[in-house]
Structure formats: structure tokens, C-alpha cells
Design a protein around this ligand. Sequence first.
Ligand SMILES: C[S@@+](CC[C@H](N)C(=O)[O-])C[C@H]1O[C@@H](n2cnc3c(N)ncnc32)[C@H](O)[C@@H]1O
Length: 186
Amino acid sequence: MGKTGKLVYIREFLRDYRSIGTIAPSSRALIAKMLRPINFSSASLIVEFGAGEGCITKEILKKMRPDAVLISFERNENIFGVLSSIKDKRLIAIKDEAEKLPSYLISFNLPKPDYIVSGLPLASLPKDVGKKIIDTVKTSLPPQGRYIQYQYSLKSLRGFREEFSSVKLDFTLWNIPPAFVYTCRV
Ligand SMILES: C[S@@+](CC[C@H](N)C(=O)[O-])C[C@H]1O[C@@H](n2cnc3c(N)ncnc32)[C@H](O)[C@@H]1O
């Protein structure tokens, strides 16, 4: 991320820490763990929630097939300004709430995605928003799809196990703060 992107991100965190979630973008180690469950040779549609300034977005684009599509949601207008400077014709960057994914899939005439990769700060978002996000994931993913979400604690583990048919965990110490990666099937 460039210096301007970093400043925008930190400024927005100070303004609204609950929806930004953390002061530092995901580390390379965390991004690698987030992308490990993805089979890039078969994925044709990947969705990203809470893309921020695009640190995970760029890594997905590096690995993605030339004919695949990435839809990245970021609702903060100023941070979206940084995200939308990524020029790649496979990327559809949307300045809107991730929970609106189903209506975008309909309007772009796209099928259910292979993966939903999320950097949303679920633990600090209002409870009703968190619930909407999980409902959106459950209605949008096909049975073979995967929802990959990082979190800074194991607080959601029990709830995720109730909502999803399978939940696998990974962990990295090399992030501020250290993070768990949840990989879920509907
Ligand atoms: C912790 S940051 C993650 C940024 C980046 N993906 C990373 O891993 O470093 C979370 C981002 O989610 C965005 N966000 C929060 N609620 C959202 C929502 N309902 N829909 C879309 N984006 C949202 C915030 O504006 C923020 O940029």
C-alpha cells in the first residue's frame, strides 16, 4: 500500500474504529493463510467483503485465472477511493455494503461465487449487521463453496459451528493482532 493509502486507512480507523476494525492492514502471512484454501485453477468467481485499501484484493488478482472475476465490496467512501485505483479488468469494485451481494449477483447476471473472502471486522460490527453478513454468505454460496473469514479471537467459533456444516481453523502469530482464519462450508 502506498503512503497515501496508509494515511487514508489510519484516518478512517480513527474516525470509525468499529467498522474499520484494525489499524493495520492484513500482513503477508495472514493474506497467505486466507488464500491457502482457494483452488485458483478452478475458481471462476471470487467475492471479497471489506476489501479495505486492497491488500488481499491484489494478492487474489495475482493468483486468479485470466478469465475469472473478483467482486470486492468496500463501504467506506475514502478507503474505496484507494481500492478503486487498482486497475484490473477482472476486478469489479463496489462501494456498498457486503450484505447486498445477492442483488449485485442478480444485476450482473453472475452465478453463485466459488469463494467469499472476508476482512469484515465481524466482532466489532453491530450484531444485526453481523447476522445479515452470515445470512448473505449462507444464501450466496453453493454447497461446494467456501467462506474464508479472519478474526482476532475464537469467540465466533461456536456460533460458526452452529451456522455452517464445516468450520476449519488456521492461525498466524505474524499479524497485528495475531489472527485466526475460519474456513466454512454452508
Ligand atoms: C479490517 S478492514 C480489512 C481491510 C483489508 N481487507 C485487510 O485485510 O487489511 C475492514 C474493512 O471492512 C469495511 N467494512 C465494514 N463493514 C462493511 C460492510 N458492511 N460492507 C462492506 N465493507 C465494510 C471497512 O470499511 C474496512 O475497510
